[in-house]
Design a protein around this ligand. Structure first.
Ligand code: ADP
Ligand code: MG
Length: 335
């Protein structure tokens, strides 16, 4: 790839975790209910994502890894009514620029599956008949083969371990917000994490987050001023079960999209710090889930390429409502 291509690609395909995120989002966008992620050597040697979704149609399959190609939006206005995770058409192209990519896919109409191999520009250079039931299998190998410094950076045992933990946390967050989904993570041929399909939102959270934690949590559903589900520790929740010293179990979702909201994290920490430590600033974060639903024109997810930063029109109302509900639970209505 050209230098410019390589520079932009390396901002999207920055890490194993980012690539897994893009591939899992593609599977979810294709309405998959079973998604399996398999990594070798913490993903540096191989990342495989298999799904049982729609498959890639014949008209898209040769273009799917070209830069800026997306089948998901066709006009600018679609951005306001966005119902898919992807829309930038950058992920597969970026992966091609920094690794080797092949895609095996079969739609309901295809009599057999085909495997497409891409070159570093995202052009299909080989097609072969293959075996797969309906869905898509994306295989990426040799990550960062052409960026030796980055490859070396990730090769240390500590970074490999950290990256694996990040992938697991990432999958946990998609698992929490998708009851219909069976999601699993294999590493070097052993199963390291999975969640099963659940009947509804609450049952899914209980089973995915674990009953130990959930029996100490309050579940609150709002649908008047703001559509929100709030899952937060009860007043009596034990510190060692429902609190963490990092915000790694602080889950915020906007329209089913896992996002990072520093403001919500800070507020929770402050509210729960008050009950635990009085006026002292607390060093721990409560485990929580905040799931918000807004009309598309009230959020902007296109702030950053990885889409984890989102702007909400009604952020002030959201924070106020969380403050009120948590204060009720904790009996600290004075705050
Ligand atoms: P985007 O998701 O922003 O459209 P990507 O580069 O991630 O861009 O994917 C490009 C296109 O490839 C998608 O628009 C979709 O048509 C197709 N695609 C990728 N992965 C899958 C999948 N798992 N199942 C079905 N189609 C897929
Ligand atoms: Mg995508």
């Amino acid at each position: 790839p050209s230098t410019v291509k390589l520079i932009t690609a390396t901002q999207i395909a920055t890490s194993v975790c980012n690539i897994v995120k893009e591939l899992v989002e593609n599977s979810l966008d294709a309405s998959s209910t079973v998604v399996r992620v398999k990594l070798e050597n913490s993903g540096l040697s191989k990342i495989e994502v298999t799904d049982n979704g729609s498959g890639v149609s014949k008209e898209n399959v040769l273009k799917m890894a070209l830069p800026h190609y997306t089948s998901k939006i066709s006009q600018h206005q679609d951005l306001e009514a966005l119902s898919t995770y992807g829309f930038r058409g950058e992920a597969l192209a970026a992966i091609c620029a920094v690794a080797k990519l092949s895609v095996t896919t079969k739609t309901a109409e295809d009599p057999v599956a085909s495997t497409y191999t891409m070159d570093s520009n995202g052009d299909v250079v080989d097609v072969k008949p293959s075996h797969l039931s309906q869905g898509t299998l994306v295989v990426m190998t040799s990550l960062f083969w052409n960026i030796p410094v980055r490859k070396q950076y990730y090769q240390t045992p500590k970074r490999k371990k950290d990256e694996l933990i990040k992938v697991e946390e990432l999958l946990l967050s998609y698992g929490l917000i998708h009851p219909e989904l069976h999601l699993s993570l294999h590493h070097d041929h052993s199963l390291i994490w999975q969640k099963n399909r659940a009947t509804d939102f609450t049952a899914n959270i209980r089973q995915t987050l674990g009953h130990g934690i959930c029996s100490n949590m309050e579940f609150i559903s709002e649908d008047e001023v703001i559509q929100m589900v709030l899952v937060v520790p009860k007043r009596t929740a034990p510190l060692d079960i429902c609190y963490r010293n990092r915000p790694d179990r602080c889950f915020t979702f906007i329209n089913q999209r896992p996002v990072i909201s520093k403001d919500i994290e800070k507020l929770m920490k402050e509210l729960y710090g008050f009950i635990r430590d009085g006026d002292q600033k607390s060093a721990v974060y409560p485990i929580f889930i905040v799931s918000l639903q807004f009309p598309g024109d009230e959020v902007d997810v296109n702030v950053e390429p990885n889409k984890t930063k989102v702007l909400m029109k009604r952020q002030g109302d959201v924070l106020e409502l969380i403050r009120k509900r948590v204060s009720d639970i904790l009996g600290t209505n004075l705050v």
